[in-house]
Design a protein around this ligand. Structure first.
Ligand code: BGC
Ligand code: ZN
Length: 371
């Protein structure tokens, strides 16, 4: 079968012929891949900054944001059946018996670094025609979400971040202050840094959670992003015309920052404007561009005197995939056009290298492997 693979040692990315996988243990299922989303992580991998082939291979099949259809199940699989649409989780546990995170199925918090990730670290990914996986890593998606379910994985980043946020803010009377029939973010202000897919999906999740949301972004396509942000009832501020300070003045005291740009300079500028008891959530992985000047005394003073929390979040467990599937359904009901506008274009597998190009414009580009 065809697959898009990166050969890090040879610095090559190309279509390869890879053996079609078959079910090898009773709890597995075999899937036909439908859609694969392309993200910044894939671009880092095909530029050879990131990504590791599985042991014994000189190449890694890329792709970790997926939607596929079950075509066959092993005799021990009871959660899925042929015809089901599924989204697969990305990370698999490390083998260390002392890793309490992985042993509890929370490899998103792996201590050892020995975890693997499909399409990223030592496990082949989904940009190919068929995949086989243990059914425990599959999340069933309702068929109404067929067109947009490739957005589930990038939305899980916001779902895990929000879960962390609720845990942290249990220290405050947030929930009771919002009132019993109010969503938990009601009365609070959130800033989203970046208007890529992770940022815009995060803005939708924060908006559904009741926050007053402002998206702050640098972009070549402000109009398109502004339309989506306005449709979800949020405010859009362009970074080219407003400094972080001006943005913070307009947005008001900031309770939460959801960082989705992967650029540390702007993130550390915005940290200075975090409000009392605020939480700053980092989700982006910046490329190393060399040191920058940061006003550390100012930031440290505020973190202490204002009870602030700076928190990083990576990857997501199955229950955050379930939450993402539920919330994506809500987004589609509330803002159908805005959700559809997140998907810029679909490319056939043979043209998969086009959306992987660094300058591929738009929001989310998708490789449509099968229909
Ligand atoms: C993926 C995560 C993964 C992370 C680090 C992200 O693009 O969405 O699942 O853990 O990269 O490899
Ligand atoms: Zn581990």
């Amino acid at each position: 079968m065809r697959a898009v693979a990166v050969f890090p040692a040879k610095r090559e990315v190309r279509m390869i012929d890879h053996p079609e996988p078959e079910i090898a243990s009773p709890g597995q299922a075999k899937m036909r891949v439908l859609d694969v989303g392309v993200c910044g992580t894939d671009r880092e991998i095909i530029s050879f900054h990131y990504g590791t082939p599985p042991e014994g291979y000189e190449y890694l099949i890329i792709g970790h944001e997926s939607l596929s259809e079950v075509v066959e199940v092993g005799p021990g699989a009871s959660k899925v059946k042929p015809g089901d649409l599924v989204v697969m989780t990305v990370r698999r546990p490390c083998p260390d018996p002392r890793c309490i995170a992985c042993r509890k199925g929370r490899q998103d918090f792996c201590y050892t670094g020995g975890f693997t990730e499909r399409g990223i670290k030592q496990q082949h990914g989904f940009m190919t025609e068929f995949v086989v996986e243990e059914e425990g890593y599959l999340n069933v998606v309702p068929s109404e979400l067929r067109d947009v379910a490739v957005l589930v994985e990038p939305l899980t980043i916001a779902e895990k971040s929000l879960e962390q946020l609720w845990m942290v803010q249990q220290r405050l009377p947030w929930i009771s202050a919002a009132g019993p029939d109010q969503p938990p973010g009601a009365g609070h202000r959130a800033i989203v840094l970046g208007a890529g897919p992770v940022g815009l999906l995060g803005a939708m999740a924060l908006s559904i959670a009741g926050f007053e949301v402002t998206v702050y972004s640098r972009s070549r396509t402000h109009d398109e992003k502004n339309d989506i942000v306005s449709a979800i009832g949020a405010r859009y501020i362009a970074a080219e015309t407003h400094s972080p300070e001006e943005m913070a003045k307009i947005a008001g005291p900031i309770d939460v920052v959801y960082e989705a740009v992967g650029a540390s300079a702007v993130a550390f500028e915005v940290i200075k404007h975090l409000g009392p008891n605020g939480v700053f959530i980092f989700t982006g992985v910046p490329g190393r561009k060399g040191p920058i000047e940061v006003d550390t005394d100012y930031i440290m003073q505020d973190v202490v005197l204002c009870n602030q929390v700076i928190l990083g979040s990576v990857n997501a467990p199955p229950h955050c995939f379930q939450a993402a599937i539920r919330d994506l359904g809500r987004f589609v009901r509330e803002w159908p056009a805005a959700v559809r506008a997140l998907i810029t274009a679909r490319y056939p597998l043979d043209q998969a290298l086009e959306p992987l190009a660094i300058d591929a414009g738009g929001i989310k580009n998708v490789v449509a492997v099968a229909s």
